[in-house]
Design a protein. Structure first.
Length: 216
């Protein structure tokens, strides 16, 4: 029991660290990158996805991303509230200093908008790949289940240590998906390949966990 509690506590700490690091990187990106540079990285990623999927699937995904982004950011009033919080009123007594401050804050607001679009886009891509790869993932997991059924009928067919190892690996992959949604584009044109690769790996690990699970 104590080991389970400790493991859960450790995982919570890791998750908190991931979120803190993600938030810090986002803040750093907003502070250091110009809006044009930030926009360029997102545009590069979307163009890579378009080239990978083709115009048909891309048109459907693009329309869905735009609709979700419009509803979540603008129609909800979130972006207007964000501008009211971050952007101060111009100080007529010191217009030069106010102009400099506003330039920095406007960049923050614009970069937040780009980050939100990136997050909506990547979540939509995860959804697309999860549905596209569903038959494959079912087949992979089904293979693990069949192996588990076979191993039930002879000694030494399952390995508890392997199950724990695969559980740790699956936890790492889930954290990787979370960081993928919020991190800036660091892998350039290869970034769109992250969702299908991680989803297939998760299916494979789930298959191995089932195949090596302790006998019931």
């Amino acid at each position: 029991m104590s080991t389970a509690i400790t493991t859960k506590h450790t995982r919570t700490q890791i998750l908190n660290i991931i979120f803190i690091v993600s938030f810090a990187l986002i803040i750093a990106a907003m502070a250091m990158m110009s809006t044009d540079s930030f926009k360029k990285t997102v545009t590069q990623e979307t163009q890579s996805v378009q080239a990978m999927l083709g115009d048909g699937d891309w048109g459907f995904i693009k329309s869905r991303v735009d609709y979700r982004f419009q509803k979540a950011v603008f129609d909800s009033g979130f972006f207007d509230a964000l501008k009211e919080i971050i952007l101060p009123e111009v100080n007529p007594d010191d217009p030069i200093e106010s102009a400099l401050d506003n330039d920095f804050l406007y960049r923050w607001v614009n970069n937040i908008q780009i980050i939100l679009y990136q997050a909506v886009f990547r979540i939509t891509m995860l959804e697309h790949w999860a549905l596209t790869l569903l038959p494959l993932t079912i087949a992979i997991i089904g293979t693990g289940f069949n192996r588990w059924r076979i191993k039930r009928y002879y000694m030494g067919g399952t390995h508890a240590n392997l199950v724990r190892l695969y559980l740790k690996a699956s936890w790492f992959l889930v954290l990787s998906l979370i960081t993928y949604v919020v991190f800036p584009n660091v892998l350039s044109i290869h970034n769109p390949y992250i969702p299908p690769v991680i989803l297939v790996l998760i299916a494979f690990i789930a298959s191995r966990i089932i195949a090596n699970y302790q006998k019931m």
